[in-house]
Structures are given as C-alpha cells and as structure tokens.
Design a protein around this ligand. Structure first.
Ligand code: SAM
Length: 289
C-alpha cells in the first residue's frame, strides 16, 4: 500500500500485546510524513519494536485544538498524517474527536485503520448479549456522582460496557452492588491480551467476593460488562437487596453485627456492607422503595 497525500489516518494500536496490530497499520505508520501520538514515549516503544523510525509529535486532550491548526497547515502542504493513542482505537475514551470534527468539516480526508479496542475485545469473550449494548466509558470519580450515573442505568435493558482503572475498581463494584443488586450477571475483563489476562464471570455479589479475594485482582486495566435489566428483576428475590437486609437488621442490631450477618446471608463482602450500613445509619436507616 502507499499512503494518500493530504489525508489523516486514525490508526488503532495494541491494547497490551504488541503483536495485535495489522500490517496495514504498520505500513501506514512507516509511510506517513508525521505521526501524532497521545504520549510520544509510549508510541516510540511500539515503533521501535517494529523498527519504524518516523517523526512523532504529541497530541493530547490539553493541546488538541491548537495542534489541529498545525495539522491543517500540514494537510494543506499535502502531507500525510497518522493519529495514534496510547492503546487501542483513538477517540475511544482517548483524544481526537475535536480534531476529527474540525477536519471533517473542513473537508479533509480522514481514513480509519481499524484494530484493537478494549470494548469489543471484552464483549467478544463476555458471553453476554451483544445484540444491543451501550458504552458507558469511565465512571465519575466522586462517589455521589458515580452512584447517580449508575442509577440512570438501573433499568437499562441493553448490555452495558464500562471502563475502569485499578484506583476505583473496588469502589465501583460496591456501587454496582448497591444500584443493580446482587444477582445481575457481570463480566470483568482484566489486563486483556497481556501476561496476566484474567476474566471473571458471575453475579455482582460473586464479583464483590472475587475482587476482595486477592490483591492482584485489583491491579491493571479493566472492562466491566453488565447484563441489561430484565423483567425478572422485579421478583421478590431481587428485592432482597443488601439495602433491605441491612435496614431490617439495623433496626435490632449495631452496625458491625448487622453487616456481619448480612454478609453471611448474601454471601458478599463484609467490608462493603459495613460501609453501606454506616451510610444507612447516618441517613436514619430508611430503606429505599
Ligand atoms: N482507546 C482505548 C480502546 O480502544 O479501548 C481505551 C483507552 S482508555 C484511556 C483506557 C481504558 O481502556 C482502561 O482504563 C481500561 O478500562 C480499558 N482498557 C484498555 N486496555 C485494556 C486491557 N488491556 N484490558 C482491559 N481493559 C483495558
């Protein structure tokens, strides 16, 4: 292949395993006049691995708009350009959409070079319905905002895909438990395509136990895939949520004892229930309808 002048290529790179890159992507990265990368040091490692020596410039979320002006000048001089991000497909929870938007409105040629993307990789092994799914990106870092975000999805019937980092995985799973209950199916895909790739499949309650079982389970990069809401969740079994169990126990028992008994009944982490019990206590222990 040979690259088209005055065009920008949006090139997917691996999400871990360096072998997961197409021949077309490598040819493009070799032949373009200049590559814009989220982190040039990171992309340099990929290029060195494949013996590619090309010019790298940075384009990240803080300089994207000003770099777009420079890219326009280069395209007007008939240069060919590639955009890559640190991992996977650019623009997917990564910089680039403002640039692509401006360039497309200006009539420039924008060419995709497809490849790895953590969303699709995780969905391909989850075993949950892929007929319809929503990509939810990263959850907000503040607990109250995160909970509100999840609550909006409580009755979402489509499969949902979330990105998560090691800093917040435990807190996010605790919130999933509170918002979606114990019984929904969930898949956690950790370190996809890497040495310590790990896939957990089970209910949210089982995931909560699994994440606490080993410090390694909290390390790395994660995709969470949640089964969509089904009508059967309206049944009595589902409504036996941790909140209802704790609320009843708290009427008779102190927080520590209530969370310990609830943990045994629901087979989920005592620590998470303890935190939830404290919150319920401070709210006056009123169960939600
Ligand atoms: N553009 C990337 C893509 O195409 O998937 C996503 C970039 S986003 C900044 C990084 C997030 O993607 C991580 O925090 C994690 O949620 C997910 N991710 C990326 N690589 C992953 C991997 N190897 N295993 C699991 N999740 C991954």
């Amino acid at each position: 292949m040979s690259v088209t002048p005055a065009a920008i290529y949006i090139v997917a790179t691996p999400i871990g395993n360096l072998a997961d890159i197409s021949q077309r992507a490598l040819d493009t990265l070799t032949q373009v006049d200049i590559i814009f990368a989220e982190d040039t040091r990171n992309t340099r490692k990929l290029l060195s691995h494949y013996g590619i020596h090309n010019t790298l410039h940075s384009l990240h979320e803080h300089n994207e708009v000003e770099k777009t002006q420079y890219i326009i000048q280069l395209l007007e001089k008939n240069q060919s350009i590639a955009l890559v991000s640190d991992a996977g497909t650019p623009l997917i929870s990564d910089p680039g959409y403002r640039m692509v938007n401006i360039l497309s409105q200006a009539g420039f040629s924008i060419i995709p070079i497809p490849g790895a993307c953590a969303i699709i990789t995780a969905l391909s092994i989850a075993g949950l319905s892929t007929e319809r799914f929503t990509f939810e990106g990263f959850l907000p870092s503040k607990p109250s905002a995160r909970r509100a975000y999840l609550e909006e999805n409580q009755q979402e019937v489509r499969t949902q895909v979330y990105y998560e980092s090691s800093h917040r995985i435990q807190a996010s799973i605790a919130d999933f438990q509170q918002v979606f209950g114990q019984h929904r199916e969930i898949v956690l895909a950790r370190e996809l395509t890497k040495l310590y790739e790990d896939i957990f499949r089970g209910t949210i309650a089982e995931l909560s136990v699994w994440i606490d079982a080993d410090p390694m389970h909290k390390k790395g990069e994660f995709v969470l895939i949640l089964q969509g809401f089904t009508k059967t969740e309206n049944n009595d079994e589902y409504t036996l949520s941790s909140e209802k169990v704790l609320s009843s126990l708290l009427e008779e028992l102190p927080v520590k004892q209530a969370s310990s008994i609830a943990a045994k009944m629901l087979n989920i982490s005592k620590n998470n229930l303890y935190k939830q019990a404290l919150q319920l206590k401070s709210k006056g222990n009123k169960p939600k309808n």
